[in-house]
Write a protein that binds this ligand. Structure first.
Ligand SMILES: [Zn+2]
Ligand SMILES: [Zn+2]
Length: 589
């Protein structure tokens, strides 16, 4: 058997592992690369295998970084079966369509830009029609049921407790009279999460592919986060303000509804105060996802099912409203009545949430509550770090609202959770492959696993290939690290001189523009704009210098080239300083 890690390895997103046995090829997940532009570019590259040669896909869960390239795979000729738990299939019917919609909108936007430049129009990665077609290849499977995929492979889904439908994949391979068991953890959830069950325990694994997102982090306790959310909301309502909660439409939004339901229909001490507070879910995807949740109540955890049996639907309460149309969404901001608005996207980089931020950030009595991870470069992260003003729809919006972060609402098990899950495996794996995490998280988890269980781990990078023969694991291809911060280094590695030449040209162009604009500088606001640009350029120069130094250390570029770049940056700095000086003098006139 061979495993090629073609995504979610060496890079956080794009989970996709190719397993080859006999003449069969199967994919574990087929996720979209998400994040920085450099990472997302990978989606446009050819798959590092022929999509037509893939016999099956086994999908761990519906998150787009695990499922989002399935429509592309089908578009490129895949015609096999896609095994997924039934709730995962239900979620994919809305999430893949939503992803296709995003692809189409983005391509339209880029096309408009390209046409203005006299360039060719752009094709979306895939369309809604592609997504719809790909749904025909799904085969929904019930948790715990053995599926004989072919003569050699039998598989079973266990609940991974990460999002609705999330699965741990157990695979038994019967080869040469021996049966070996490979387990793919998928994404492992944290225990005591509302609504969904805790991750199930695996009895045995010969080999394990383990996620490590929070391999070096620890979560806050559940009680703290629930209370903090309630108090934050009530404090804001007392000030007649609105609470805006950016939340992922699938999973996190339903968790918040569940927690809030406690205060409306449960035995909360805040019941009376909450009863008057309206809560609006303003995300069409979140509304659809909530319906999928309701349809799959049979896989909820025992506590939630008991609640339902006793007559309380935890995903509904009297003052909970789902807004659908854009008009309904707009109407929310027409009134300043205190309320809670939960909207997507969770990191505020797209979607209706941006309108709600525009209407509320400047208000002193409003509160924005962050309940999830905010990636570098997103508006969520910028707000969380205390920006005084942000740009929304071309307008500068002052940040006067109270910005609150509640940690502990997490989809992933932390280091302790991951180690406990491995500990519970009775017959422990001989080898563990760590995927789906930043490099540091994987290194720390790998160390802990070695200390605690004395199990050897591998950290496969992008496109690394391993052969498993009996007890033997050998690496056939090394792969490369593509973590977002590492991209710059990889670029240097790819074509040392060329990339550096590009940089040098870029800098020469910048210096030229600045010198030219210096002569034309008359109006005060133009100068102001330029000063901002200067600050940004200084930061960029710093960043490039640090990265170049790293590259030298790793012997990826020659010192001579570095000197050339360094000189240019110095020259740029000099030009910038002179320009700033000119500006101050002008201002004094
Ligand atoms: Zn996930
Ligand atoms: Zn994931």
């Amino acid at each position: 058997m061979q495993i090629k890690f073609t995504g979610g390895a060496g890079v956080l997103t794009g989970s996709c592992h190719l397993i080859t046995y006999n003449d069969k090829n199967i994919l574990l997940d087929c996720g979209l690369f998400q994040g920085k532009a450099e990472v997302e570019k990978l989606n446009e590259e050819d798959f590092p295998f022929d999509p037509k040669s893939i016999d099956y896909v086994i999908l761990s869960h519906a998150h787009i970084d695990h499922s989002g390239r399935i429509p592309l795979l089908v578009k490129k000729g895949f015609r096999g079966r896609i095994y997924a738990s039934s709730p995962t299939y239900d979620l994919c019917t809305i999430m893949l369509m939503d992803s296709a919609h995003i692809q189409e909108t983005e391509a339209e936007w880029k096309t408009r830009k390209a046409l203005r430049k006299g360039e060719e129009p752009l094709e979306p990665l895939y369309t809604k029609a592609d997504a719809e077609k790909s749904l025909n290849y799904f085969k929904p499977v019930i948790y715990g049921q053995y599926e004989e995929i072919d003569d050699i492979l039998t598989m079973r889904f266990l609940d991974a407790g990460h999002i609705l439908g999330s699965s741990i994949v157990e695979m038994w391979f019967k080869e040469n009279g021996e049966t070996r068991k490979l387990v793919f953890s998928g994404d492992i959830g944290m225990t005591q999460k509302p609504i969904i069950r805790d991750p199930q325990i695996v009895e045995k694994a010969d080999y394990l592919i383990l996620e490590s997102t929070y391999g070096n982090r620890f979560h806050d306790s559940v009680e703290e986060r629930v209370e903090k959310l309630a108090i934050t909301i009530l404090d804001t309502i007392k000030k007649n303000g609105t609470v805006v909660i950016p939340a992922f439409a699938v999973g996190r939004t339903q968790e918040i509804i569940y927690e809030l339901n406690e205060h409306y229909d449960g035995e909360s001490e805040f019941k009376k105060e909450f009863s008057k507070v309206p809560v609006y879910i303003d995300s069409p995807l979140a509304s659809k996802a909530t319906d999928v949740f309701k349809k799959n109540a049979h896989v909820f955890d025992a506590k939630t099912r008991e609640k339902i049996m006793s007559g309380d639907n935890p995903l509904e309460f009297k003052n909970l409203h789902f807004t659908q149309s854009v008009d309904e969404s707009k109407a929310l901001n027409a009134s300043t009545k205190p309320k809670v608005i939960i909207s997507a996207s969770g990191m505020c980089n797209a979607g209706r949430i941006r309108h709600h931020l525009k209407h509320n950030l400047w208000r002193e009595n409003a509160t924005v509550v962050f309940i999830g991870y905010q990636a570098e470069g997103t508006l969520g992260k910028i707000l969380k770090e205390g920006a005084k003003s942000v740009k929304l729809f071309g307008e500068d919006v002052a940040v006067n609202a109270n910005i609150v972060s509640i940690e502990g609402f997490s989809g992933h098990a932390d280091q302790e959770g991951l180690l406990k899950w491995v500990e519970a495996i009775k017959e422990k794996p001989k080898k563990i492959f760590l995927v789906h995490g930043e490099q540091e998280a994987k290194l720390e988890l790998s160390e802990k696993i070695a200390q605690k269980f004395n199990i050897e781990t591998h950290i496969p990078q992008m496109n690394a290939v391993y052969r498993i023969e009996g007890e033997q694991v050998s690496q056939l291809e090394e792969g490369y690290l593509l973590d977002s911060d590492e991209i710059e280094k990889k670029e240097f590695k790819k074509d040392k001189k060329l990339v550096l030449d590009d940089r040098i040209k870029e800098f020469e162009a910048i210096i030229e523009t600045i010198e030219r604009s210096d002569e034309e500088m008359i109006e005060a606001d133009k100068r102001q704009a330029l000063l901002h640009e200067i600050e940004a350029l200084k930061d960029l120069a710093d960043e490039i210098l640090t990265k170049t130094e790293d590259a030298i250390e790793n012997k990826q570029i020659r010192i001579k080239n570095y000197k050339q770049l360094n000189n240019l940056i110095k020259e740029l700095e000099k030009t910038l300083v002179n320009l700033s000086l000119n500006n101050t003098q002008e201002n004094f006139k």
